[in-house]
Design a protein around this ligand. Structure first.
Ligand code: FMN
Length: 254
């Protein structure tokens, strides 16, 4: 077995976190180079948009893993995370400035805290969106962000959807429901806009998440904490791994 195969085989028995922290050690620099797959050299910057209110819970953790996956392929890639709940902005104001004759723009011109973020996305090389599912859909913040992102893409001349640049997209969702409940519309109609304008997105979903850290403190009798814990023990690492892989494959251009 060659060196590359040996390293890969040894890593297979370890968790993603263990492999990542081991590889971060300075002495592992040459190993990092060996196992890194081919980064897409033309990709310089990935924008990660966190549409959940909680800084360190399920959605944020999944998004951090996507970012880690990107970095595992190309440590020099800029990965910028924006937390929508930290910004003061509105959804589309229907100002129609993006559709002005001779001045039409496929980047929103309405000025508020979201404006620079939308401008950065227009020039990025990849986009990662994450949201918890609220009443079957992404959060209101994520939806408002998507209105501002996508309305300027839409031509009212011919209904085409054109972003400034096409790029790989990962859509992350976390939710209480289990897969068989099928209780999430996810990014809904906005996904069609993203597909047309940026490219077909890749999905990463975490189901039956732990909604609170301590179920004893809350009125949550509809949930069995032991069943939740068991699900988490069986699925959470795998969910994080899927998020990591999505980031890795984005950076590899796969
Ligand atoms: C207002 C609200 C509405 C929710 N609605 C749903 C829902 O419709 N379906 C679902 O599966 N989970 C629902 N959940 C649960 C969250 O989607 C789930 O716990 C998610 O993983 C939370 O993400 P976070 O830990 O990043 O905040 C809801 C939670 C809240 C607070």
């Amino acid at each position: 077995m060659d060196r590359r195969g040996f390293i890969k085989k040894s890593a297979m028995g370890m968790t993603t976190a263990a492999v990542s922290s081991l590889l971060e050690h300075p002495a592992m620099a040459s190993v990092r180079k060996t196992i890194n797959h081919n980064p897409r050299k033309d990709m310089k910057k990935i924008m990660v948009i966190d549409g959940g209110p909680r800084r360190n819970m399920n959605t944020a953790q999944m998004l951090r893993k996507v970012a880690e996956g990107v970095k595992s392929v190309n440590p020099d890639m800029e990965v910028k995370t924006i937390r929508l709940y930290d910004l003061d902005y509105k959804g589309c104001m229907s100002c129609m400035v993006c559709k002005l004759k001779d001045k039409a723009s496929n980047v929103c011109k309405f000025k508020d805290a979201l404006t620079p973020v939308l401008e950065e996305i227009a020039e990025a090389d990849g986009l990662v969106l994450g949201s918890p599912i609220y009443f079957g859909d992404v959060t209101a913040r994520m939806r408002a962000f998507l209105e501002r992102l996508a309305f300027p893409w839409l031509s009212y001349n011919d209904y085409s959807m054109t972003a400034p640049k096409r790029m790989p997209v990962v859509l992350v969702e976390t939710m209480n429901g289990k897969p068989m409940m099928n209780n999430s519309n996810g990014y809904g109609s906005m996904e069609n806009c993203i597909s047309s304008a940026l490219g077909k997105p890749r999905h990463v979903k975490a189901y039956n998440t732990y909604q609170v850290k301590n179920y004893d403190r809350f009125e949550l009798a509809a949930f069995s904490e032991p069943a939740k814990r068991k699900w988490r023990e069986e699925h959470w690492e795998e969910d994080l791994q899927k998020a990591f892989d999505a980031g890795r494959e984005m950076a590899e251009g796969r």
